[in-house]
Design a protein around this ligand. Structure first.
Ligand code: BTN
Length: 332
């Protein structure tokens, strides 16, 4: 079962946050929010079960000692600067795959920009039908978009997403991740995040897109590599934050949603050159000698650029190949 935005919980949290150093009596809370005393008590219990440390003291009332680590909808919305993306949030403590849930939402109205976030996934999906391990500590997220774009823009979305995430990581964590084609983010040449796009297209228009993003925010890389190292394109796992580092994942998530919405605006305005340049600047693939395997062939050559559709251009024996999908199995 998911948690969605809850007006009452949000109002109580806001009230407690604005009185961090003092206790607020149940009566004060009930009066200022127009709730019964029983409703205040019930909702405080609910907040405590969601990880908020709320001290309750007889005769004094309630005081917020620390807020939750969970990415609850009202916490994500508090400070979110987007207009469409992330305005509706479904939060799961555990789910099979946020991607599958978002795909089910796609047939419903008013879901453009909705996001699905989970603390952990039991059957996370990676690209090319691979498994995606998603323990507690990562940011596991899917975004549902119903853009009014021509179908040829679909192939741009993986690139836009990894670029937006790269920029958000630079801004909020002061790290410089690289972008490895097609849509991996790496730190010290190891994978720190990946992007998966599921699309439905009808008569040359995009019906919907579900963009899945897996971010190893603060995980144990060794636990993941132990299981995934047998996978064909495995090249190592990294985490953004180490064991003793602290940062609020919500800040990164908010920044990422904002950057993605900006990119989206650039596609609408047809400003693709800016996006391509930003991507190239951060790319670890362009200029390298690469070996790429696709479902039907293997190409060796030099990665020389990307085109307006987000396809990688690989020059091999005088021929330039355009690649929209594939896995880099060697990059030197
Ligand atoms: C990749 O293979 O690099 C893409 C990984 C995408 C994983 C994310 S985690 C959130 C969303 N839900 C899933 O089941 N997969 C994506």
């Amino acid at each position: 079962m998911y948690t969605s935005f809850d007006d009452t919980l949000d109002s109580i949290v806001r009230l407690l946050k604005s009185h961090r150093t003092e206790f607020l009596s149940g009566e004060e809370i009930s009066k200022s929010l127009g709730l019964s005393r029983a409703a205040v008590w019930k909702n405080i219990k609910k907040l405590q079960s969601l990880g908020y440390k709320i001290r309750s003291k007889q005769k004094s009332g309630y005081r917020l000692d620390s807020k939750t680590d969970l990415m609850l909808p009202w916490e994500i919305l508090d400070g979110l600067q987007t207009e469409i993306i992330g305005r509706k949030i479904y939060y799961f403590d555990v789910i099979d795959s946020t991607q599958n849930f978002a795909l089910k939402l796609a047939s419903k109205p008013y879901e453009n920009g909705s996001i699905v976030v989970a603390r952990r996934q039991t059957r996370g999906r990676g690209r090319q039908k691979r498994r995606w391990l998603s323990p507690v500590g990562g940011i596991w997220l899917s975004i549902l978009l119903k853009p009014n774009f021509e179908v040829f823009h679909v192939s741009l979305f993986p690139m836009l997403t990894s670029l937006a995430l790269g920029i958000a990581i630079e801004k909020t964590l002061k790290l410089q991740p690289k972008l490895k084609w097609p849509n991996d983010l790496t730190l010290r040449d190891k994978k720190v995040a990946g992007v998966l796009v599921d699309a439905s297209v009808q008569s040359n228009q995009i019906d919907y897109l579900v963009i899945g993003i897996g971010i190893n925010f603060k995980i144990q890389p060794s636990a993941i590599s132990k299981i995934t190292k047998k996978s064909k394109n495995f090249y190592g796992v990294a985490t953004l934050l180490g064991k003793n580092e602290k940062s609020d994942p919500k800040i990164l998530l908010q920044a990422f949603l904002y950057e993605l919405e900006q990119m989206y605006g650039k596609v609408v305005a047809n400003n693709l050159a800016g996006i391509k340049n930003q991507w190239k600047k951060r790319s670890s693939t362009i200029g390298k000698s690469v070996k790429i395997s696709t479902s039907d062939r293997e190409i060796m050559g030099r990665a020389i650029g990307i085109d307006d559709d987000g396809a990688l251009l690989v020059s091999s024996r005088g021929i330039t190949h355009r690649l929209l999908v594939g896995d880099i199995t060697r990059q030197i």
